[in-house]
Design a protein around this ligand. Structure first.
Ligand code: GCB
Length: 637
């Protein structure tokens, strides 16, 4: 479906790295040419491109740091000096040997190498805390049997990215956590090709997220880069789902010269479903049909997925999709029509290990999600605070975990800045369009812990409206702040956020007893003044513990005993909140955070994990696992 207004949303993001055009012949200096807005849009979308055939460009790439962004602009703001243009398609050594007037202050082909995908912080100790621009380059051989169209598709690169093919600009993208693709058909040549990527990790007050967060800003190309081939006309987006009224619905959009009035066919062999149709003049196809009787609904207990194919002309779009409904009735969350309690935990995108580089392979994803599903008896995960790898959401589909998916609209966002809003909208749209086919995703969240103001309310209302326009089959939430009544004798919290009225699910992060002076024994008696007509989730609660640090008598902070007791008392409190329908405590695994520098316990790690960075379970793990096991038994699953 080409959603009304979507093209507009996707065209808006234009901040960040600008893209200079390369000088044509040495030593000419041409003015910087920012790509025209029309080519900045992130289309093509290539939904489910990870399942399309392609050439994987993972492996060794040469890299070169560019802390002053000299490859983007000269030191007076003019076009970048040719001697700094890392993306030139030249042999630097040869050029300098041939003419002693020539100067290049880079040579990508002889620069060190790093493996992509993977954040650069793990590549060398020098890059551990580097935030800024890094250039990557490699060569590859074009597929011999080239016909149709070729796209360069990135799973994600953090944060702003410019891409050049054979010395020519291909496109730019802003946003560190969502996929993007550029058409390379025209610039690709037979035989060897050179690709150069400039990735700038620097956050500014107007980026999403802004500079101050509580996690590591993993700079670089963190997800796979592939060359994807399609026929001239191909299925760019497809969304196949079960609607709340029990119908199977499909929306698809074809792109290419034969997209209009084209025959299309949806097949789900396992269900003997074969539905034929025709696109309209804009290449869109929308159809609904009664769900087949044999359809097994996806659930955490039975995560049934079907092979779905959408064919048109020479193109065959494939996905593996589960079908279920998610809705709200009063204070209940209904999965397939039945109330469900979300037994979850929060998680950052960081693999288990002493030196993570945000490399999420299927095995890494399963190791993390397995701790939740089997270890904690969970049925739910909050993938915080940004869209996680599609490897992760596919693994959640397969393992049977419901998912809260969010965008990094976090803490202090530039609410009044129209460009920041455009960036956030773009990110949200890219996330939803990528993952609308994932049965696991139940909740789209638009923000985390953002103080109420008119500008913030307007910003978030726009995002909520976007979610509803892009996907009417899931629930919308945001982790909200509450107000503490300082005069009350027992911990008393009230929700005074007007956004509560706009959301389907209310969500609160609570750290009473960790960041506050409350005694843990007083937590169960807490009073929560929350609207009672909607489901509430404790989207976070937690306390740090350093695995192996014990303090059974004193119950010192950072001890495993303190964390375990914090969980016991907070869970007792949770049991007394009548509209509570789920929780995702903070957090599954200790994660890197430069703001955490206590030398005895933290040294750059947030220690609120129930497992350490290397996977050791702390005492509190068993406390939550037992609680969830009891909840699951009561629910009969
Ligand atoms: C929060 C934030 C989360 C932090 C956590 C903490 O409220 O949402 O990003 O990491 O608290 O550990 O303080």
């Amino acid at each position: 479906m080409r959603i009304v207004g979507l093209r507009g949303v996707l065209c808006l993001a234009a901040a960040g790295l600008s893209m200079p055009a390369p000088a044509q012949s040495p030593p000419a200096q041409s003015p910087p040419v920012a790509l025209p807005l029309a080519t900045v849009q992130t289309e093509p979308l290539l939904v489910s491109a990870d399942l399309r055939d392609g050439i994987d460009l993972s492996g060794d790439w040469h890299y070169s740091i560019d802390p002053y962004r000299s490859g983007i602009a000269g030191f007076h703001g003019e076009a970048p000096d040719r001697g700094q243009q890392r993306y030139l398609d030249i042999d630097v050594r040869q050029a300098m040997a041939a003419d002693n007037r020539t100067l290049y202050e880079f040579d990508m082909a002889h620069s060190p190498v790093a493996r992509l995908p993977g954040a650069w912080l793990a590549a060398t100790p020098e890059l551990r805390h580097y935030q800024g621009l890094v250039w990557y380059q490699r060569t590859f051989t074009a597929p011999a049997d080239r016909k149709g169209r070729v796209f360069l598709r990135f799973g994600a690169a953090n944060y702003a990215t410019v891409v050049y093919l054979n010395g020519q600009p291909l496109g730019r993208h802003e946003g560190g956590f969502t996929p993007f693709a550029f058409e390379a058909t025209r610039l690709l040549r037979d035989g060897e090709n050179q690709i150069t990527i400039g990735v700038d990790s620097a956050a500014t007050p107007t980026t999403v997220p802004p500079p101050v967060t509580d996690w590591e800003n993993y700079g670089g190309v963190t997800r796979e880069i592939r060359l994807v081939q399609t026929p001239a006309t191909y299925v760019d987006t497809a969304w196949v789902r079960l609607t709340r009224d029990g119908k199977l619905a499909v929306d698809a959009h074809l792109d290419g010269p034969a997209a209009a009035n084209a025959p299309v066919r949806l097949t789900i062999a396992d269900l003997k479903l074969d539905l034929a149709g025709k696109t309209d003049a804009a290449g869109n196809w929308r159809a609904t049909m009664a769900a087949p009787r044999a359809l097994v609904r996806w659930s955490p207990e039975q995560p049934k997925l079907y092979d779905v194919t959408l064919s048109s002309g020479e193109d065959r779009w494939r996905d593996r999709i589960g079908f279920r409904t998610v809705e709200r009735r009063g204070a209940d969350i209904l999965l397939n029509g039945k109330p469900v309690f979300l037994r979850g935990i929060s998680m950052h995108e960081e693999e288990i290990g002493a030196n993570p580089a945000r490399i999420i392979t299927p095995a890494n994803a399963r190791a993390l999600l397995g701790e939740i599903k089997e270890g904690l008896h969970g049925n739910y995960v909050r993938l915080s605070h940004y869209p996680h790898s599609e490897v992760m959401t596919r693994a959640a589909d397969e393992l049977g975990l419901l998912v809260w998916s969010e965008v990094p609209v976090y803490w202090m966002v530039a609410w009044g800045n129209t460009q920041t809003l455009a960036t956030a909208r773009n990110m949200l749209a890219e996330n939803i369009l990528r993952d609308r086919n994932r049965a696991s995703i139940a909740i789209w969240s638009v923000a985390n812990e953002t103080p109420v103001s008119d500008a913030r309310n307007a910003f978030l209302r726009q995002l909520i409206a976007d979610v509803r326009a892009l996907d009417d089959t899931r629930l919308v939430s945001a982790a909200l702040l509450v107000e503490r009544d300082r005069a009350a004798k027992v911990p008393t919290m009230a929700m005074a956020d007007p956004l509560a009225a706009d959301l389907d699910v209310l969500a609160i992060n609570t750290y009473n007893g960790w960041y506050t002076g409350d005694r843990l024994a007083d937590l169960p008696g807490s009073v929560w003044q929350i609207p009672d007509d909607k489901p509430l989730i404790f989207s976070e609660f937690g306390a740090d513990a350093k695995a192996g640090f014990h303090s059974p008598e004193k119950m010192q902070k950072f001890s495993e005993e303190f964390q375990a007791e914090f969980y016991r008392k907070t869970l007792e409190m949770a049991d007394r909140v009548p509209t509570l329908r789920g929780m995702s405590p903070w957090i599954l695994k200790d994660f890197r955070s430069p703001r955490r520098q206590n030398p005895d316990f933290q040294i750059g790690w947030n220690r609120k994990g129930l497992i350490s960075e290397t996977g050791e379970r702390k005492q509190a793990f068993a406390v939550l696992a037992d609680y969830y096991a009891r909840k699951a038994a009561v629910a009969g699953r």
